[in-house]
Design a protein around this ligand. Structure first.
Ligand code: HEM
Length: 408
C-alpha cells in the first residue's frame, strides 16, 4: 500500500485504520519519508508487540530527542527538564512529585468541582435541540486542570485556543497565516510566557495546588528549576487538553448510530470496562516518537543508531493478535491491555486524573441522557498525531430524572 502515514487527509477521512491494518499485516516496520523534507523520514512500527517494545525499552529508544513527529530532526529543547522528554534516571526524579500530585488520593478533592462543571457542560444539550458535543467536550479538561494548577477561570478560552495550536497545528481552524510551523511556535511561545508569569506570581504568593507543590518539592535536596516547572505545566496542560475530549466524542460518534449508547447507558455495571474500551477505541494520542541509541533489527529490518522510530499506539490498539474482534466496541471487554496511556516508564502520569474525569462524565451523561442521535456529518481534526473529532452535532434524549430536574 503506497498511502503515506504522513498524509493528513487519511486521518480526516478516517482511512488511517485501514492503512494501519495493512501495515501490521504486510510491513510492520516501514520507512516513511517526509514529503516536505526530502531525504528525511522515520521508521514506523504498527504491531502491538513492537509498539510496546519501543515504548518500554528506554535503554534502546530515547525520549530525549523529541517524542512528537513535529519535532523530527530538531531535537527537543525540553530534554532533561520536561518529564516526557527525559530518560531515566533523571526522568524518575522529575516524575515522583508529579506522580504524587496526580495520584487518586490527591485528586479526590476535585470531585465536587468536576461534577458541577460536567453538569454545566451537558446542560445545553438537554433542551432537545442540536448540540455540538465535541465543542462541549473541548472544555472538559479545563474543568479539572483549572483547580489542579490553580489557573484563573477567565483564562480558559485563551488556553484552549493556544493548546489547539500546539496539538493540532495542521488543522486550518487553528493556524496562523496558514503556516504550520508558525502556528506551533506561536502556541509554544504564548503558553511558555503564560506559565512564566503565573509561576513568578506563585513564588510571591504560594498556593497548595500542583504548581505550589512543584515549587516546594526537593529532588535529591535540590528544588525544581523554574524552567522545569514551566515545562511540566505546559506538558500537563497539553497532555490533558489534547486527549481527554476525544474519548467521549469517539465513543458517542461510534455507539450512537448503532444503538450502543442506549445499551451502555442502561448497563451501569459496565461503566469501568466501557471507559477502558472507549480509551482503546479513541487512542487520542495516536503515535509517539523515540530515537534509537544503537542499531536495532526489527522484523529483519536494520534500523541504524540515531534513527527516529514512531510507535503507532492507535494501530497497536486494534491489533487482532492481542484484541479479540478489535473492530467491535465491546463495553464488556476484559481484560483490555490497551496502550491508550502508553506503557513503561512514560506511562501517562495523568491517567488517574483522566479516568477520574471520564468516570464522572459518563456517570453524569448516563444519569441525564438516555440516548443520542448524531444529526450532522461528523467532522474530524486534521492532524497526523491527534486522533479526534472536531464537530459532533447530536440531539440528546433526556432521562426522566433530567426532565424532572429541568421542570423543578
Ligand atoms: C484520555 C486522556 C489521556 C491520554 C489518552 C493520554 C495519553 C498519554 C500517553 C500515550 C503518554 C505516553 C507518552 C510517551 O510514551 O511518550 C502520556 C504521557 C503523559 N501524559 Fe497523558 N494522556 C491523557 C491524559 C493526561 C492528563 C489528564 C495529563 C495531565 C494532568 C497528562 C499528562 C501527561 C504527561 C505529563 C505525560 C508524560 C509522562 C512521562 O513522560 O513520564 N495526560 N499520556
Amino acid at each position: 500500500m503506497t498511502t503515506s502515514l504522513t498524509d493528513v487527509g487519511l486521518y480526516t477521512e478516517g482511512g488511517h485504520r485501514d492503512l494501519w491494518a495493512w501495515l501490521r499485516q504486510n510491513e510492520p516496520v516501514r520507512w516513511e519519508p517526509l514529503p516536505s523534507r526530502p531525504g528525511e523520514g522515520f521508521w514506523a512500527v504498527t504491531r502491538y508487540a513492537d509498539v510496546e517494545r519501543v515504548l518500554r525499552d528506554s535503554d534502546t529508544f530515547t525520549s530525549e530527542q523529541g517524542t512528537l513527529v513535529n519535532l523530527l530532526g530538531k531535537g527537543d529543547p525540553a530534554a532533561g527538564r520536561q518529564l516526557a522528554a527525559t530518560d531515566p534516571p533523571q526522568h524518575d526524579r522529575l516524575r515522583l512529585p508529579l506522580n504524587e500530585a496526580l495520584h487518586t488520593r490527591a485528586i479526590g478533592s476535585l470531585e465536587p468541582d468536576v461534577r458541577a462543571g460536567v453538569r454545566r457542560l451537558l446542560e445545553p444539550g438537554l433542551d432537545g435541540g442540536p448540540f455540538d458535543f465535541a465543542a462541549a467536550m473541548r472544555r472538559l479538561p479545563m474543568i479539572a486542570m483549572t483547580p489542579l494548577l490553580g489557573l484563573p477561570e477567565g483564562d480558559t478560552d485563551e488556553l484552549i485556543r493556544l493548546v489547539s495550536m500546539c496539538n493540532a497545528e495542521e488543522d486550518p481552524d487553528h493556524q496562523i497565516g496558514g503556516d504550520v510551523q508558525e502556528t506551533l511556535k506561536h502556541g509554544h511561545r504564548e503558553l511558555f510566557a503564560y506559565f512564566t508569569d503565573l509561576i513568578r506570581d506563585r513564588r510571591r504568593r504560594p498556593t497548595d495546588d500542583v504548581i505550589g507543590l512543584m515549587l516546594a518539592a526537593r529532588v535529591d535536596g535540590e528544588p525544581f528549576s523554574v524552567s522545569s516547572i514551566i515545562s511540566n505545566c505546559y506538558s500537563m496542560l497539553l497532555g490533558a487538553s489534547g486527549t481527554l475530549p476525544h474519548v467521549p466524542t469517539a465513543a458517542v460518534a461510534h455507539l450512537a448510530p448503532i444503538g450502543g449508547y442506549r445499551a451502555w447507558a442502561a448497563d451501569r455495571d459496565q461503566l469501568g470496562n466501557g471507559i477502558e474500551e472507549a480509551l482503546r477505541w479513541a487512542t487520542p494520542a495516536s503515535n509517539f516518537m523515540r530515537y534509537t541509541r544503537r542499531s536495532v533489527v526489527m522484523h529483519g529490518v536494520s534500523i541504524p543508531s540515531g534513527s527516529p522510530v514512531v510507535a503507532y499506539l492507535g494501530s497497536a490498539n486494534f491489533d487482532p493478535d492481542v484484541f479479540v474482534d478489535p473492530e467491535r466496541f465491546d463495553v464488556a471487554r476484559s481484560p483490555n491491555r490497551h496502550l491508550g496511556f502508553g506503557v513503561g516508564r512514560h506511562y501517562c502520569v495523568g491517567s488517574h486524573l483522566a479516568r477520574f474525569v471520564l468516570r464522572i462524565l459518563f456517570q453524569e451523561m448516563f444519569a441525564s441522557i438516555d440516548d443520542v442521535t448524531v444529526v450532522e456529518p461528523v467532522v474530524r481534526f486534521q492532524s497526523t498525531f491527534l486522533n479526534g473529532i472536531k464537530q459532533l452535532t447530536v440531539v440528546a434524549s433526556p432521562t426522566d430524572r433530567a426532565l424532572r430536574q429541568a421542570g423543578a
